[in-house]
Design a protein around this ligand. Structure first.
Ligand SMILES: Cc1cc2nc3c(=O)[nH]c(=O)nc-3n(C[C@H](O)[C@H](O)[C@H](O)COP(=O)(O)OP(=O)(O)OC[C@H]3O[C@@H](n4cnc5c(N)ncnc54)[C@H](O)[C@@H]3O)c2cc1C
Length: 450
């Protein structure tokens, strides 16, 4: 078999699959290969059990500023329009209510102000007072004794929105469409990339764990948590570190919520506030989470503390990384948040503590309603910039201008998959002297290029 390709994409999660689709459908590149170490695509962060299954467009994510919301909305519209235009309703994309709530006077004031500001960005976004919240999401208002909770509650959001997404099913769809668009393409699973070497002509040789070899003129590394170790093995990204923050979930038996309910973010905390929503792949289960616990591993395994990552030690065994960690922990609120999140993982006490937080959304929850979602959640590979000594909360790209690019895509990386694929495609066609029909890309999405 001919193992020479124009482009090799390492990593078959949502980012790699989206790039595979855009390169195959909208460029004149001849042969693209998607390489994945697992036996199925989207088995790590893009799996339905791993993430919160949300198209983050910024309307209810109270940790986003208006400026960030404007930006993520464009990316979110791309995946939403793709799924709707392809007729993937109720297979890939799901419709439900979604709101962000403020509880108590301070949060209600914040939500009211935020709603007024964000209604300029989000057409049709609605404000709900306590009575209206009771109508659309009764469990938020019902107190433990069956009456109404005492604090004021307001909300901002939508009674109907295509906001739930199986990024796992979308990855599979992208790969199928890419194969349909160009039968020269290939998907190789069980292909764990161990080393990348540059050939004399500037192309690359990729060698797998079981000694399979692929040659490619351009490599796009979308290997999730493993993008940085692969970059550093190739001599790039030495000024970056990684803070792996695992997120876990709890299940509530029964349909407690009709849609997504997000809370107000504490601006000091680097990760999104706890939220609750119906699980799109499990009928009748409500999920709460994710938690945020720092742990020394790049991908989560069945056992929380199993599979510690030796690659991480190589990346992070530097003073700069430790310094960022210590700086974060100097703040007492972050310290107690970090400690509480560790306790959430412990048997007996974890569930009791989590219940206190979840009751902010559903006050009538009881201990028996909650079950730790074993095997759910994943690691967010947050990047640390060691030169600036700071934690980068979004995505990070290492561009080399030598025919190899590395992407690190923590949340909302799944929502931004087509946006990132577009950016990468522009870079790849320029490098290979090929063409990208970007107007057709936008036309098919029903969007204009701004
Ligand atoms: C708890 C949690 C909740 C989240 N919720 C949301 C959400 O609601 N909405 C949202 O937009 N985002 C969410 N995110 C973020 C989102 O899940 C990620 O941004 C996204 O899945 C990243 O996709 P990816 O393809 O870049 O990485 P991954 O899905 O991790 O894919 C990387 C792939 O590379 C493969 N790979 C790794 N190393 C190698 C190698 N050496 N050789 C070959 N293959 C390799 C892996 O097996 C994997 O399949 C959440 C993340 C977490 C952890």
């Amino acid at each position: 078999m001919d193992n020479n390709f124009d482009v090799a994409i390492i990593g078959g999660g949502i980012s790699g699959s989206a790039a595979f689709y855009v390169l195959s459908q909208y460029t004149d590149i001849n042969k693209v290969v998607l390489l994945e170490k697992c036996d199925k695509l989207a088995s790590i962060s893009s799996h339905s059990t791993a993430n919160s299954q949300t198209i983050h467009d910024g309307s209810i994510e109270t940790n986003y500023t208006a400026q960030k919301a404007r930006k993520v909305k464009v990316a979110a519209d791309k995946v939403k329009n793709y799924a709707l235009n392809k007729g993937l309703q109720n297979k890939v994309i799901f419709k439900m209510q979604k709101i962000a709530i403020g509880v108590g006077d301070k949060e209600c004031e914040f939500m009211t102000k935020r709603h007024n500001e964000f209604s300029n960005i989000f057409e049709g976004i609605t404000f709900f007072n306590k009575e209206e919240v009771k109508r659309i999401e009764p469990k938020i208002i019902e107190s433990l004794d069956g009456g109404d909770r005492s604090e004021n509650v307001v909300a901002s959001g939508y009674e109907e929105s295509w906001c739930g997404m199986s990024f796992e099913a979308l990855s599979e769809n992208f790969a199928q469409e890419a194969m349909k668009a160009n039968p020269n393409n290939q998907v190789k699973t069980n292909f764990k990339v161990m080393s990348i070497k540059q050939n004399e002509d500037g192309s690359y040789k990729i060698i797998s764990k079981n000694k399979r070899i692929i040659n490619a003129k351009f490599i796009l590394v979308n290997a999730g948590s493993y993008s940085l170790p692969l970059a550093q093995k190739c001599g790039y990204g030495k000024d970056l570190g990684c803070l792996p923050v695992a997120g876990s979930f709890y299940f509530v038996n029964g349909e407690f919520l009709r849609g997504k309910v997000y809370g107000v973010q504490n601006p000091k905390l680097p990760f999104a506030a706890l939220h609750g929503d119906p699980d799109i792949s499990l009928n009748g289960a409500t999920r709460f989470g994710p938690t945020a616990i720092v742990m020394p591993k790049l991908e989560r395994s069945e056992h929380l503390f199993g599979n510690l990552s030796s690659e991480l030690l190589i990346i992070d065994f530097k003073l700069g990384t430790l310094k960022v960690g210590f700086d974060l922990l100097k703040d007492s609120e972050i310290r107690s948040y970090a400690f509480r999140n560790i306790l959430f993982e412990l048997p007996f006490i974890g569930k009791r503590l989590f219940l206190q937080d979840a009751r902010k959304i559903i006050p009538s929850l009881s201990l028996d309603d909650l079950t730790y979602a074993r095997g759910y959640g994943e690691v967010r590979p947050q990047v640390i910039d060691m030169t600036l000594r700071k934690l980068e909360l979004g995505e990070k790209k290492i561009t080399t201008n030598k025919g190899i690019t590395f992407n690190m895509t923590p949340s909302p990386g799944a929502t931004s998959c087509l946006q990132n694929a577009e950016i990468d495609t522009l870079e790849i066609v320029k490098y290979l002297n090929k063409n990208f029909d970007i107007d057709r890309f936008y036309n098919d999405l029903g969007m204009s290029r701004s």
